[in-house]
Design a protein around this ligand. Structure first.
Ligand code: HEM
Length: 473
């Protein structure tokens, strides 16, 4: 299938975009402060006192390349409800329908059971979220700093805002050489595959100028940030299009999806112990097939029989150099008959590469920026504070979430990823879903759910320019 051609060179406005949006705030710990307005008319003046602390994309990139630390970073985003109160949107404005409805109203569509949600999310009262991240320090110290910094910001906003709830997140692994460092709670390296962003990610594959590292397709920035200068992906042959913001103040902004996802680690481990035989050569291989990668991040498509650290999270030159099929011989490894990587494996459901939709699957890409919560040794109260960015919640996050958890529901017909076979995601499927995953080796026994959504909300993360206007109100 021909590749999307970009109509013009793209320059991403690094000074105006908040730091979490395109590359994620690099962090050892992060606190999400959910708030409601108590006196919205005073918010501008209060917010002006901390506006200088909001971290841009440029600052975030500079921190990344600097050896000194620790670094404290802050970003802010508002729900539709919050933007209404700020007077930035009015009823009937042409915004993403899912954003307008709010995540609580979409819970069922996403495959969630609403009474498992924390009240603070179910009650539809959140106006905004202030993200405070700390990098360049050990997680245990970074979380203390992030909490203190959060309290200081909330104090600065106290005349106009009330904190309803906060969620502390921490990178796992107390020491840098801990094998679980940077892994999510099931034990797998996270952050191995992210889309490259045209105009920001350096092309790094001598054989393909449309890729960052090999296998990392460069995606038009308009998939993640609004702006007339940012192209979006269109089906091959269709006229080029840009991510024109529905309202002018949305330029250089992005929709932020937040999900609080509890992980049932013992259920996951017990399921693997009881069922690996017949589906894999070992329990570890069975788990790797559920995810699509081994614990260290190496792809099962590339090394099906063993975990290979040389192809893991620290090896960007190879760890994404694969496709799933059907016939892309240019890529290093494919698996069209799911011999090694099941169709239902998490990474294959979330990003089918060339499975069924060819390059059209680039239209449902997201940039992930989450962090684990909860500790390893406490009760089963741990999971992932999932965050992702996109310019269409319906056509990006909700589309892949539904493919994972609620395959009969479709938020939209546009840009749909057609799963290669019916069924759900091996990791994200909820109990309510049909759970009909069939691997090449047979149909998996039914499972209790491994992941339960316990809350979430949709936000908009505005540009620094727009935040300046809010501060001047
Ligand atoms: C607790 C829940 C979750 C866990 C434990 C989890 C775990 C993982 C792991 C281990 C990877 C492979 C490493 C990587 O490529 O970064 C991954 C990749 C990915 N996940 Fe999740 N994830 C969760 C929730 C979600 C959700 C809710 C979505 C979106 C609806 C999502 C979308 C993705 C995507 C798009 C990829 C990259 C696929 C690729 O490009 O190959 N994940 N996840």
């Amino acid at each position: 299938m021909p590749k999307q051609q970009f109509i013009s060179p793209v320059t991403v406005d690094e000074n105006d975009i908040q730091g979490d949006v395109l590359i994620g705030l690099q962090k050892a710990a992060e606190v999400f402060n959910f708030f409601e307005f108590t006196d919205v008319h005073r918010f501008g003046a209060d917010f002006a006192t901390i506006l200088g602390d909001i971290t841009s994309l440029k600052m975030t990139r500079e921190f990344e390349t600097s050896a000194n630390g620790p670094f404290e970073k802050a970003n802010i985003a508002f729900s539709y409800r919050g933007l209404m109160k700020l007077g930035l949107v009015r009823e009937g404005d042409p915004l993403d329908e899912a954003f307008v409805a709010g995540q609580p109203a979409r819970a069922e569509l996403l495959g969630d059971v609403k009474n498992k949600w924390l009240d603070v999310f179910a009650n539809e009262q959140i106006d905004g979220v202030l993200l405070v991240a700390v990098a360049g320090d050990e997680p245990a110290t970074a979380i203390v700093t992030a909490q203190q910094q959060s309290n200081a910001f909330m104090d600065a906003l106290r005349h106009s805002v009330r904190r309803l709830h906060h969620e502390p997140g921490m990178v796992r692994g107390a020491k840098r050489d801990d094998p679980q460092r940077g892994h999510e709670h099931f034990g797998f390296a996270d952050g191995v595959s992210q889309p490259g962003v045209k105009g920001l990610t350096k092309p790094n594959n001598p054989n393909d100028p449309n890729q960052g590292f090999p296998g990392q397709d460069l995606v038009a920035p308009g998939e993640f940030v609004f702006g007339d200068q940012y192209e979006i992906e269109v089906p091959p042959g269709a006229p080029a299009a840009t991510a024109t913001p529905p309202l002018p103040w949305m330029a250089n902004g992005s929709y932020l999806v937040f999900r609080r996802l509890a992980q049932h680690v013992s259920v996951f481990n017990d399921y693997a112990t009881a069922n690996w035989n017949g589906f894999a050569t070992s329990e570890d291989q069975f788990k790797a097939k559920l995810i699509g990668r081994w614990e260290n991040g190496s792809a099962v498509v590339r090394t099906p029989d063993h975990s290979n650290a040389a192809e893991g999270v620290g090896a960007p030159n190879v760890n994404n150099d694969f496709d799933f099929g059907p016939d892309n011989t240019a890529k290093h490894a494919t698996d069209k008959d799911q011999e090694n990587c099941p169709f239902a494996a998490h990474i294959r459901r979330m990003y089918p590469r060339s499975d069924s939709a060819g390059d059209a699957s680039e239209r449902a890409r997201i940039l992930r920026a989450g962090i684990p919560f909860g500790s390893d040794d406490g009760p089963d109260q741990r999971g992932l504070l999932f965050v992702c960015y996109q310019t269409s919640i319906i056509e990006q996050f909700e589309l892949i979430q539904c493919a994972a958890s609620n395959p009969t529901a479709r938020p939209t017909e546009v840009g749909m990823i057609v799963p290669a076979v019916p069924g759900v995601d091996d990791i994200l499927a909820s109990v309510g879903s049909s759970r009909q995953e069939t691997w090449a080796q047979g149909t998996l026994p039914r499972a209790q759910e491994f992941v339960t959504a316990t809350g979430g909300e949709y936000f908009f993360s505005p540009s620094l320019t727009t935040l300046g206007q809010i501060a001047a109100q």
